[in-house]
Each structure stands twice: as C-alpha cells, then as structure tokens.
Design a protein around this ligand. Structure first.
Ligand SMILES: [Zn+2]
Length: 337
C-alpha cells in the first residue's frame, strides 16, 4: 500500500460502531486486575493467555472471553478497561464510538448492574471532556440465555436508562435465532431504545431477515453472509441498512480463511452501507485502524472506499442529525471534498 493511502486510513476521522468493551481487555490488564482483585486465573502468564487466543470458531472464543471478564469486579475495573480502549480509539482518530457491554456476563457473577454501567459511563464522560471523543452505550443481551433472563436484565437496566442509547444481541449465534427475543425487542422499542443485533456472522442469512422483520433492528452487526441471498442483499442496499463489519474478527473466528478472502469489497460493490470495526480487538489482533490497514493491504481498495466507509461510520451512528452533519463535514474536509 502506498504511504499516502496508509496515512489517510490512519488519520481520517471515523466512528466505531461495533466494539464489545469486554473484548478490549488486553492480557496485561486481565493479569493486573486479577492481581488487584485476588482472582485466580487458569493461565500462568500473559504469554500463555495470548497463546490460547487461537480460536477455531465463535464458541471457542466466547469460552476465553468469559474467563477474561471474570477479573472485572469493581467500578474502577470497568473504568480502567474502558479508559484503555478509549485511549487506543483516540490514537486511531476515532471521533465517536458506540460501545456494546454485556451486563449478564457480570450480574450472573454477582457484580451489580450499576457497578458496570457507572464505571464505563465515567470513562466515556472523561474522554468527551479530554479529547472531544463522544461515546454511547448499547446494552447487549446474551442470546444463549433465555428470554426471561433478558427481560430481567432490562428491568435492572431501567434505573440507568439515561446511560445507554440502545440494545443489541450477541454471543453464540447458531441455534439462537433472533425471534427468541422478539418480545424483549418489542418492549425495548416501546421504551424508545435504538435496536441492533448480531446476525449473519456464523448464522445463516435468514437470521438477518428475521432480525429486520421480527426484531425491527436499525443496523445489522456483521451481516457478511447476506451475500448468499441476492434478494436480501438487494433489500439491505435499498433500505440502506448499515452493516457493522469486523474483518479481523471474521478471520480469527474462521468465517473467512484469510484476509484476502474477505468479502468487504463485494459488500461495498453491492451498494451496502458498510462500516469497519474491531469487535473484540484484544482477542482478534487489532483495533479499528489495524482492521482498515489489513483490509486495504489485502484487497484492491482505494481512497474512494476509505472516504465512503468513513462517511458511512458517522451516517450509520445513533448521533442526532446535527452531530452527524458536523462529523460528515469533518470527513468531507479531510478528503478535500
Ligand atoms: Zn460483535
């Protein structure tokens, strides 16, 4: 890749819309928090933990991901984790970020909902003050758990309604179709929450369709398997439904064998509103700029694609119209448009 394009990717203003905050826990921080909280880990060292990051599929990743999250106990832990991610995002010229968090991963270990959300929120407020980096939270329901548990989590969340803008659906996709949570999402819609869901990552294209039709989501997280279904692809393009694509995650979890096999360019060519994101950056080998660099290195992508995806990242966000325009103007100015 030529140096100018590389610089453009690194420097361009961008938003990140698909990042699980618990997936930003680097092994070093996992060990530091384990020590601070006297939590015993199954891994003897940072190196041993990093070696375990050779995943064969989504489930093998989730097993380690939940083990890593077990070191998070206090509000300060959630602050420190979020702060570390925001520092990296700021260095990558991320101007706005919409973070997923998984309260059920913590409440089922006896950590209070407020401990989780207050720690993350305080770090977001500091980033806004210090760097002008805006952030919003999206609460995810773990789809391998029951509808009843999702409703209970929503109840716990309501006293903190001002601290998150929307809800999502993550964890093991196969065997847990969107319709399992149709009633929960209907209730969230009534509450005025923005709606997203992971679909079409490992699961079939049909999960994308049911996420749209039954959950009424506004964005699809991943969605890369949509191309297996021409009618669905046409619909996503026509309705301008954004896809939050996470290339390095897809490689690590074997959705595609290698970077050059990724369908990012095909998705763009199909007229889809594609964004690039890091998903669980500590586990998948890179933050958002690493995702851009590796994709542009491996695929015939150019400056026009960078411009398009930088614009998409803001237009697909849940910012209000005036804030969106401010960032879009900034992107246009950066690209000299
Ligand atoms: Zn994800």
């Amino acid at each position: 890749m030529d140096a100018a394009l590389r610089d453009t990717l690194l420097q361009m203003p961008k938003a990140e819309l698909h990042m699980h905050i618990e997936g930003s826990l680097e092994p070093e921080l996992i060990f530091a928090l384990a020590e601070r909280n006297k939590v015993k880990l199954e891994y003897a060292s940072v190196e041993e933990l990093r070696t375990a990051y050779a995943f064969k599929d989504l489930q093998s990743f989730l097993d380690i991901y939940y083990a890593g999250a077990s070191v998070l106990l206090t509000e300060q832990d959630f602050y420190d984790m979020t702060r570390a991610y925001l520092q990296r995002a700021h260095a990558d010229n991320v101007r706005h970020t919409e973070l997923f968090f998984d309260p059920q991963t913590h409440t089922e270990r006896g950590v209070a909902f407020g401990t989780v959300v207050n720690g993350i929120d305080r770090a977001l407020q500091d980033a806004r003050k210090e760097w002008g980096l805006s952030g919003a939270l999206i609460m995810c329901f773990l789809r391998h758990l029951s509808e009843e548990e999702a409703f209970a989590t929503l109840e716990q969340a309501l006293p903190y309604r001002d601290k998150f803008v929307g809800v999502g659906l993550d964890s093991s996709e196969r065997g847990h179709p969107p319709e399992k949570f149709a009633r929960v999402f209907a209730r969230c819609k009534e509450l005025g929450l923005r709606l997203v869901a992971h679909a079409g990552e490992e699961g079939p294209p049909d999960y994308i369709r049911t996420a749209l039709d039954l959950l009424k989501v506004e964005r699809i997280d991943h969605g890369v398997r949509c191309l297996e279904d021409a009618e669905l692809t046409a619909r996503l393009a026509r309705d301008r439904v954004p896809l939050t694509v996470c290339p390095l995650s897809n490689i690590k979890l074997r959705v595609f064998d290698k970077v050059a096999d990724h369908n990012l360019l095909k998705l763009l060519d199909a007229g889809l509103v594609v964004t690039v994101n890091s998903d669980d950056p500590a586990y998948f080998g890179g933050y958002v700029n690493d995702n851009f660099l590796q994709m542009f290195e491996a695929l015939p992508l150019g400056r026009e694609h960078a411009y398009q995806m930088a614009r998409n990242s803001f237009s697909a966000s849940f910012l209000d119209a005036a804030e969106k325009q401010k960032y879009l103007d900034e992107v246009d100015a950066f690209f000299g448009q």
